[in-house]
Design a protein around this ligand. Structure first.
Ligand code: GDD
Length: 386
């Protein structure tokens, strides 16, 4: 019988976001056919969901989800004790941290009191900035010592994280990139209902999907819209997601004179994303690096999902985002601080007809084999087996 795994993660659906999607896709594969292969220990926070609360979500899962009643799961003594007890009770001999920082600091306690002998910590974008600041860099080094493997999502995050680790922990780093469910995110979907509900009309639609924070570059897309509309008067911008920047972005749209052409759809559940991609002609997230290089994009699952749906993609030249695009073939890498360049690329793609279609087809092909959740889960299983 395969060994059981405890996944400890602050980020888990029904909240939306990249780590949430990553942790969920991995958990459901570790669960195995009867669901007993994994128990998930997650925070109980409700914010950022598209309707369904954690209780209902958890009941629908074929595996066990245990919630700690806290907004953010941190490696406090209380949480470490709970995780170790749960591992021991459920006979979980292996642990996966949904995000290595900061929860990986509990690794020692889990080995000592939980009977755990194999630990893998997944890293995403934020560990890259942890590696840069002296205090968090020391903690990241400790995390690297406590786990058997730290994984990385791409070349940018590997290069950023590796220098913070001991030579031995660096040696043990393994690539574990996100994937896409290419059956769910596929070309030819029906976007008519989304277009109608949001009054998008018949013209071309540019879609962006992200947490609304300045790094994701929705503001630059809004600033690009007047130039785009000068060439394509019926073009629209559809923004999926929510976050602290929402009101500023709404004001910016009004101030830029494109209030009626920018539609904020709010948070959308991950499983409901395909019709949004289907409603669009181009996906754009011109992410940019902020705070003196500290805040960059780790990779960007949305670029992969968009390509999988056959859309041409515009990605900002921040962090690992360019790794998701074959520049000139599946889309373009743009300077997220240059609204004029963004407008130019959008306009050219939207007016190029067959070229845009060819880019979408090339993107789908690129994603189809290289970025799969099954592949990621198999690699993780091998790491957990040692
Ligand atoms: N933000 C947001 N808002 N995401 C949504 C929503 C929504 O309303 N609905 C669904 N999603 C899904 C997207 O479809 C996608 O699967 C995921 O949430 C967003 O993932 P990323 O584009 O990767 O962005 P992130 O900043 O949340 O994720 C972080 O971790 C990723 C995984 O390692 C970043 O570090 C990324 O760079 C990294 O790829």
């Amino acid at each position: 019988m395969p060994e059981r795994t405890l996944m400890v993660t602050n980020d888990f659906p029904p909240r939306e976001g990249g780590i949430e999607v990553f942790a969920y896709e991995i958990a459901r594969r570790l669960a195995g056919p009867d669901g007993t292969g994994v128990t998930v220990l997650a925070s109980g926070r409700r914010g950022g969901t598209a309707g369904e609360g954690p209780e209902r979500f958890d009941r629908r899962q074929p595996f066990e989800v245990v919630r700690v009643d806290t907004a953010m799961l941190l490696p406090t003594p209380r949480v470490a004790r709970r995780a170790a007890e749960l591992a021991a009770e459920r006979g979980c001999t292996r642990v996966v941290f949904g995000a290595a920082a900061p929860l990986g600091l509990m690794a020692g306690r889990l080995r000592r009191d939980g009977g755990v002998h194999r630990i893998v910590g997944l890293t995403h974008g934020h560990e890259a900035w942890w590696a840069r600041l002296p205090a968090t860099r020391r903690l990241l080094r400790r995390i690297g010592e406590g786990v058997d493997h730290l994984t990385y999502i791409g070349g940018y995050t590997r290069d950023a994280i590796a220098p913070a680790l001991s030579p031995a922990a660096r040696e043990r780093m393994v690539r574990l990139a996100p994937g896409v469910d290419t059956g769910l995110f596929r070309p030819g979907g029906d976007g008519a209902e989304v277009r109608e509900r949001h009054g998008l009309g018949e013209g071309p639609v540019v879609l962006s999907a992200s947490r609304l924070v300045p790094r994701k570059g929705v503001d630059a897309l809004i600033q690009a819209m007047p130039w785009v509309r000068a060439r394509i008067p019926d073009a629209r911008l559809l923004v999926v997601g929510d976050g602290p920047d929402r009101e500023r972005l709404r004001r910016l749209a009004a101030w830029t004179g494109v209030e009626g052409e920018v539609v904020f759809a709010g948070t959308v559940a991950h499983a409901s994303m395909p019709p949004y991609y289907a409603a669009a002609d181009l996906f754009a997230m011109p992410c940019r690096t902020r705070r003196l290089g500290l805040e960059a994009e780790g990779l960007g699952i949305v670029f992969l999902e968009a390509a999988s749906c056959g859309l041409p993609v515009l990605a900002g030249s921040s962090g690992g985002a360019p790794e998701t695009v074959a520049h000139g073939t599946t889309g373009y890498v743009v300077d997220g601080g240059d609204a004029r360049e963004i407008a130019d690329r959008i306009t050219r793609v939207l007016t190029s007809g067959s070229r845009a279609k060819a880019m979408g087809e090339a993107g789908r092909k690129r994603v189809d084999h290289a970025w799969t959740w099954d592949g990621a889960a198999e690699r993780l299983e091998r790491l957990l087996e040692g």
